[in-house]
Write a protein that binds this ligand. Structure first.
Ligand code: 5RP
Length: 234
């Protein structure tokens, strides 16, 4: 098992490298989770030192709170429907830079923000790189609570092993008032595009944690420092 302090250092390296992509005048999307929080912290530092962004759209209540504490100017998609750059973490990153996200439960706003961005950059540490999505990490699917029994049956018909997400003995509720079903697909996800289409056609599924063909580059921290993996032509 990976030493968490070491992994945290790798996350920090990646987060800070990504925050260096931010330039004066940009409108940003800020991701959620521990790696994204390093981006937010380093951005806060750069703003203290004089960087002037137009504003940032946070992808979760937690990121919004952290950004406020660091005096990062916030904005909304109402004010800025197009973002220059969004940076976020991931739970798994495959060689095509397709992702599983949503381990922290913020996948819906994360996907909206990534979709609104001209450039989407993922940050992670080497433990997030996989050859095939879904072998180790279950795919989070955000659903409307009313639809739970129906969606569960439909997912099981797609051969998913479905777990309703809990946090501290309570059903986990997303920032949008929804639930998360964590779906394991034995053998991994071989056709992510097809699976995404199937999942999105189930009434009651709001969004999935599959981020496909969106990522411009991955910034990965590891024992050798930071490496940048470019996505295919988007
Ligand atoms: C939250 C996410 C996170 O980006 C993902 O879970 C990675 O988190 P961390 O950087 O803490 O490992 O998708 O919904």
């Amino acid at each position: 098992m990976q030493d968490t302090t070491q992994q945290d250092n790798w996350k920090q390296l990646a987060g800070e490298a990504a925050a260096r992509l931010i330039e004066d005048g940009m409108v940003l999307g800020l991701g959620s989770g521990s790696t994204a929080s390093y981006v937010v912290r380093y951005l806060g530092l750069r703003i203290q030192e004089g960087l002037q962004i137009v504003g940032a759209v946070p992808t979760s209540n937690a990121t919004e709170q952290l950004a406020r504490e660091l005096n990062i100017p916030l904005t909304t998609l109402d004010a800025h429907p197009e973002l220059d750059l969004a940076v976020d973490g991931a739970d798994e990153i495959d060689p095509r830079l397709c992702l599983i996200k949503g381990g922290g439960g913020a996948l819906l706003r994360e996907k909206i923000v990534a979709s609104a961005a001209r450039r989407f950059v993922v940050v992670g540490d080497v433990t997030k790189q996989v050859l095939l999505l879904g072998v180790h990490f279950p795919l989070p699917v955000e659903i409307v609570p009313f639809a739970l029994p129906l969606v569960r049956r439909r997912l099981e018909a797609l051969e998913a092993i479905v777990q309703l997400r809990y946090k501290e003995d309570q059903v986990f509720v997303t920032d949008n008032g929804n639930m998360i079903l964590d779906c394991s697909f034995p053998g991994g996800i071989r056709e992510p595009e097809e699976l995404q289409t199937q999942l999105k056609s189930i009434a009651g599924v709001v969004e999935t944690g599959l981020f496909l063909n969106m990522t411009e580059r991955a910034i990965i921290g590891g024992p050798e420092g930071v490496k940048v993996v470019m996505g295919e032509e988007l």
